[in-house]
Each structure stands twice: as structure tokens, then as C-alpha cells.
Design a binder for this molecule. Structure first.
Ligand SMILES: NC(=O)c1ccc[n+]([C@@H]2O[C@H](COP(=O)([O-])OP(=O)(O)OC[C@H]3O[C@@H](n4cnc5c(N)ncnc54)[C@H](O)[C@@H]3O)[C@@H](O)[C@H]2O)c1
Length: 378
């Protein structure tokens, strides 16, 4: 429930790159949200930001959860902490906007969704591409049949700059950190379809990333029961700027969502045509989308438990286990060097749990720290 002054009280945990874009979004909607607490294990960072934002600070979530003026917790700490903070916040009856992913572990995702459902609280996961104005137009045209029956979706998702190695160590690997955004987009654009099979190949060009047992460049092909074929290509390092494009091809035509460039001006001379750069990175490219995401989340919190918005979000939450299943299957495909049929996934994972492995222990490892990824085909 919102405060009597009409604003929703927010506690933000994690004050790094994602914490900063969430702070910018909160500042953009001062009539709707009030930042009451900032929390980070880095005490000097938390104290400094609290001073700047005129709010309280702590190095653990507990004091913020005990504050009845906090209605919403935004989780932007490192990926390996999300699940515990989601469970603590929901248990304290707070609505949650968490950065992706909820967890690498399917069981934990199911547990989190179940707790949110039983508490009738929103658990909103920050797949902000759904809030990007360009991708929303593309989605609208897919839904209104402008391109007819969907046959192919192509997502290109290339990062810039390469994230800090410290970040990558707790990111869970490229499938759970980057590709999960694309799998969410495929779920959205395909109307919630789940693929029947996935096939991934990848390579580590960056030696530091290779040493972590991770890769930096991946291609994934997904086949859906409807016939739909989807392709994702991902790289940690696009030297020309942040590169996120989507193509949707169907029986009546094609939709293309291009990059947003830093300006619309093209220079043409006798030497050729010079275009402006793509946006530098995610804080620039998705600035507006992050604010839209927070606004829509806060509107839902205001609307309350019996509202249509809340019912829709409770339904939308049910997609999370499916997205993580696809992520786990895509990672497994890369590790095994072969296509994975989604119908076999539970069996393959159960075999791993039971120790009835057809391949060595390291090859089976999923999630956790990147060093768990084991020796992999390149
Ligand atoms: N949606 C997006 O576009 C997007 C972009 C970047 C990052 N992210 C997500 O945001 C999360 C954070 O990424 P980042 O790039 O901001 O990382 P970061 O390393 O810049 O910041 C993480 C912060 O969390 C703090 N932290 C770590 N453990 C903590 C704990 N136990 N309690 C409180 N604070 C803790 C760290 O001290 C640090 O300040 C990741 O899960 C990532 O997947 C999402």
C-alpha cells in the first residue's frame, strides 16, 4: 500500500551500475516514489550515497525491511544474492522489483514465484527490454498480424564495454547473465511459447573470461513446436557501441528494430556515408526503459492486490521458470556440444542430481560461480 502522501517508499539494495540507473529512475518520478533506504555491503559507498540522496543507509537489508514506510524493495546487488533478498523481502510483505536473473536455479525461481503468488505480492524481474519503446512497437505489430504468421525471430545482443572481471565472476556466466534477456524477449514476442529444442555454440576470445570457464561469444538456435525458428547472437565486446537489434520475419513481411544512435545525423561526403555511433552502453540505451519499468511497477503497487494490473503481473510471473529452463537447456547444449530437447531437460538434470552421469561431473555443473562451469568445448 502506498503512503498517505501518495508515494511508495523504496529500499534499494546494491549500489553499483544497476543501482545507479534505478536511482536515476526513482529521481525521475519524485511524485510516485521516495527513496528511504540505500543498502550495500560497501559501507562507505552506502553512506556517501545516503548523504547525497538524503535517505538512510545500512549494510544489510534487515533495518530497511523493518521500516513500515518501505513498501518496495529494489534488488540490484550481485546476481548470487538475488534469491535470498527476494525471499526476505517477500516474507516481510514488501513488493519486489529485482534485477535479473531471479536465480540460476530452477527450483529457487519456482520457490520465489510461489511465495510471491501465495503472498499476492508482485515479484517483477527487470527485463527492461519489454519496456523499450522500439521493441514495444515491434511487439505491437507482431500481435496485430502485420507480418502474418511468425516464422523467424533474430535477436542480436552485443555488449559494450566488456563488464569488469569482478562483475563477471558472480554473473553466473553469459547464458544466465546476457542470453536470459533474449530468451525473455523470445518468450514475449512468441506469445509465451516454449521451444522444443535448443542448440548453442560459443567461444571465449577474452583470455580472462576463458580462465573463469566462461565464454564471451555465443550463437543459439531455438526450434518451437509451431515451426517458429529463433536465433540469438551474443557477444560481450562490441567495439562500435551497445548493439541490440531484433528482426521478426513472417508470412506477410518483416519487422526490424534497429539500434538507437547518438544522433540522427548522417554525414555524406565523396568518401562515403558516416553514421553516428550506437549508444555507448545499457545506461544510455535503456535510460527511458528503466524509468518506464519503475513507473509501471509503482503504478501496479499503487493499484493494489485486486487490480487488473496486479492480476496480469501475477500471470506474467509464471513465465520465469520457463525462461530459466530455456537458459539452463541452452547452457547445457553448449557444454554437451549437441542440441538439447526441452522434454529431456528434467531427466538430464535429474541424472546429474542422482549421479547417473553419462559425462563427467564438471560438464554437468549449472549455475553458481563461473568457475563451476568446467572444461568446455570451444
Ligand atoms: N537489466 C539490466 O540492464 C542490467 C544491467 C546491469 C546489471 N544488471 C544486474 O544488476 C545486478 C548488479 O549488477 P551491477 O552491474 O550493478 O554490479 P556492480 O558490481 O556494479 O554492483 C553490485 C553492488 O552490489 C553490492 N553488493 C554485493 N553483495 C551485496 C550484499 N550481499 N548486500 C548488499 N550489497 C551487495 C556491491 O557492493 C556493489 O555495490 C546484477 O545481478 C546484474 O545482472 C542488470
Amino acid at each position: 500500500m502506498a503512503r498517505t502522501d501518495g508515494r511508495v517508499g523504496v529500499a534499494l539494495i546494491g549500489l553499483g551500475r544497476a543501482g545507479h540507473f534505478h536511482m536515476a529512475s526513482i529521481a525521475a518520478i519524485p511524485d510516485q516514489a521516495q527513496l528511504r533506504w540505500v543498502v550495500d555491503v560497501d559501507e562507505s559507498r552506502a553512506e556517501g550515497i545516503a548523504k547525497q540522496e538524503s535517505c538512510r543507509w545500512a549494510s544489510s537489508l534487515a533495518p530497511a525491511l523493518a521500516d513500515p514506510g518501505v513498501h518496495v524493495v529494489i534488488i540490484a546487488s550481485t546476481t548470487d544474492t538475488h534469491f535470498q533478498f527476494i525471499m526476505q523481502s517477500l516474507s516481510a510483505d514488501k513488493s519486489v522489483l529485482t534485477e535479473k536473473p531471479i536465480s540460476h536455479e530452477l527450483k529457487e525461481v519456482e520457490e520465489a514465484v510461489q511465495l510471491a503468488t501465495s503472498k499476492s505480492l508482485p515479484l517483477y524481474c527487470g527485463y527492461q527490454r519489454r519496456c523499450d519503446r522500439n521493441f514495444r512497437v515491434l511487439k505491437k505489430h507482431v500481435d496485430d498480424g502485420s507480418v502474418g504468421e511468425l516464422k523467424v525471430i533474430k535477436c542480436c545482443s552485443r555488449d559494450n564495454p566488456v563488464p569488469p572481471m569482478e562483475y563477471l565472476r558472480t554473473s553466473g556466466g553469459i547464458f544466465h547473465d546476457m542470453l536470459i534477456h533474449d530468451f525473455d524477449m523470445l518468450n514475449w514476442l512468441s506469445g509465451g511459447q516454449e521451444p522444443e529444442s535448443v542448440m548453442s555454440v560459443g567461444h571465449a576470445y577474452n583470455r580472462e573470461i576463458e580462465k573463469m570457464g566462461d565464454i564471451d561469444t555465443v550463437a543459439v538456435i531455438l526450434k518451437y513446436p509451431s515451426g517458429l525458428v529463433a536465433m540469438v547472437d551474443t557477444c560481450r565486446d562490441a567495439t562500435y557501441g551497445y548493439d541490440q537489434r531484433i528482426e521478426a520475419f513472417g508470412s506477410k513481411g518483416m519487422l526490424t528494430a534497429k539500434n538507437e544512435l547518438t544522433s540522427t545525423v548522417e554525414l555524406a561526403t565523396s568518401e562515403g556515408h558516416l553514421m553516428p555511433c550506437a549508444q555507448w552502453s545499457f545506461p544510455q540505451r535503456y535510460k527511458e526503459a528503466y524509468t518506464t519499468e519503475l513507473k509501471e511497477f509503482i503504478t501496479m503497487v499503487h493499484a493494489g492486490r485486486n487490480s487488473d494490473q496486479h492480476r496480469l503481473e501475477q500471470e506474467a510471473m509464471l513465465r520465469h521458470p520457463s525462461i530459466v529452463r530455456i537458459t539452463v537447456a541452452a547452457e547445457l547444449s553448449w557444454k554437451l556440444g549437441r542440441s538439447v530437447d526441452l522434454r529431456d531437460l528434467e531427466g538430464l538434470l535429474a541424472e546429474k542430481d542422482e549421479g547417473e552421469r553419462g559425462v563427467d561431473a564438471e560438464t554437468w555443473s549449472t549455475g553458481g560461480s563461473n568457475s563451476d562451469l568446467g572444461e568446455l568445448p570451444h
